[in-house]
Design a protein around this ligand. Structure first.
Ligand code: RIB
Length: 310
C-alpha cells in the first residue's frame, strides 16, 4: 500500500476569539480561549490519516508538555509519529486571533526550525518507496524544503508542495521537481510576484507553467478554485458551509487530497472530495480537531446527494 509522508511543522495553537482586533497599543477584551494542536505539517498529516491513508509525519517537537500533547493527538488521529525528532528547544507555538471565523496567526517556530535536512533525507530514504507521496510546506526552514524537493523526486516520490507561509526568498528552481503545487490566491500572487491587486488567475497559472510547474491548484476560499492538469485549466466550486473557524481549512484540503491521490483517485475526484473535507473543517472550531474523518465525509456526501435528489 502506498504511503503519504508529510515533512513539516507541528505547533500548539493558542487561540483567542475576539469581537474586535486590537489596534497598535490597544488592549481589548476577547471571548473564549482554547488550546489545540496545529502546525501546517501536522494538520496536513492528520487530514491524510483521517481519510485512511497510511501517513508518516517527519518533523520535530521540543521536549515539553506541548510536544507530548501534540504527539498523543497525532497517534489518536492515526498518524505515524515514530519518525518525529525531539529537540532541546520549545515546541512550535502559534498565537491565533479569531475574529468572525477568520484568523490572524503568528508562529514561533521553536523546534520546527531545529529539524535538519539529514534527518529528513535519512527517513525518506529508509521508509519511502517509489510512488509514495511527499507533502511539504514552508513552516520548516526554506533551505531544507529546497533541498528535499529534488531529493524526493530522485527517490521516485510524487511531490506535493504547498508554499505556505509564502517566502519571497524561495528558489524558483525547485518548482520543476514539483508534481502538484497547491496555493491560495495570495500565495500564488506572491510566488509569481504579480503586481496588480486584482487576481488574474489565468495569467498567474501561465506564469507558473513557464517556471516549470506541472499541475497547479489555486484555492479561492468560498469561491472554490482553479487548477491546471495536463496543460488544461479548469475551475471547481466550493461546498457551502457555515464558517466557524477557517484555521487549518487549507491544510485539510492539501492533506486529504494527498490521501485521495495516494489511493489512485483522479485529480478531479480528489479535488472534489478534498473540497468537502475543507467545507466541514471550516464549520468547526480548531485545526486538527475540526478535520473530518472518512466516515464523516461520507455522511456529508450522502446528505448533499439527498438534498439534490429532493
Ligand atoms: O494553517 C493553519 C496553521 O497555521 C495553524 O494550525 C497554525 O499552527 C499555523 O501553523
Amino acid at each position: 500500500m502506498k504511503k503519504v509522508f508529510v515533512v513539516g511543522s507541528l505547533n500548539m495553537d493558542l487561540v483567542i476569539r475576539t469581537p474586535i482586533f486590537p489596534r497598535e497599543g490597544e488592549t481589548v477584551l476577547g471571548q473564549d480561549f482554547f488550546l489545540n494542536p496545529g502546525g501546517k505539517g501536522a494538520n496536513q498529516a492528520v487530514a491524510s490519516a483521517k481519510q485512511g491513508a497510511p501517513t508518516y509525519l517527519l518533523g520535530a517537537t521540543g521536549n515539553d508538555l506541548f510536544g507530548d500533547q501534540i504527539k498523543e493527538g497525532l497517534t489518536n488521529y492515526g498518524v505515524n509519529s515514530n519518525l518525529l525528532k525531539t529537540k532541546d528547544v520549545p515546541t512550535g507555538v502559534a498565537m491565533i486571533v479569531l475574529h468572525n471565523g477568520d484568523n490572524r496567526i503568528i508562529v514561533s517556530p521553536g523546534a520546527n526550525y531545529e529539524y535538519r535536512l539529514e534527518e529528513a533525507k535519512d527517513d525518506l530514504k529508509t521508509h519511502s518507496n517509489p510512488g509514495d507521496i511527499v507533502v511539504l510546506q514552508l513552516e520548516i526552514k526554506r533551505e531544507i524544503v529546497e533541498e528535499l524537493i529534488p531529493f524526493a523526486k530522485k527517490l521516485g516520490l510524487f511531490v506535493i508542495f504547498n508554499p505556505a507561509p509564502m517566502c519571497s526568498l524561495l528558489d524558483f528552481k525547485v518548482l520543476k521537481d514539483v508534481d502538484l503545487l497547491i496555493m491560495n490566491e495570495w500565495e500564488a500572487k506572491a510566488l509569481t510576484k504579480s503586481e496588480k491587486d486584482d487576481l488574474n488567475t489565468g495569467a498567474i497559472l501561465e506564469k507558473l507553467v513557464t517556471l516549470g510547474v506541472k499541475d497547479v491548484i489555486i484555492t479561492l476560499g468560498a469561491k472554490g478554485g482553479v487548477f491546471v492538469h495536463n496543460g488544461k485549466i479548469a475551475y471547481y466550486d466550493a461546498f457551502k458551509s457555515k464558517v466557524v473557524d477557517t484555521t487549518g481549512a487549507g491544510d485539510s484540503f492539501v492533506g486529504s487530497l494527498a490521501a485521495f491521490l495516494v489511493n489512485d483517485e483522479s485529480l478531479q475526484s480528489a479535488i472534489k472530495k478534498a473540497s468537502y473535507v475543507a467545507a466541514i473543517t471550516v464549520s468547526r472550531k480548531g485545526a486538527q480537531q475540526a478535520i473530518p474523518t472518512k466516515a464523516e465525509v461520507s455522511i456529508y456526501f450522502q446528505e448533499i446527494k439527498e438534498k439534490h435528489a429532493r
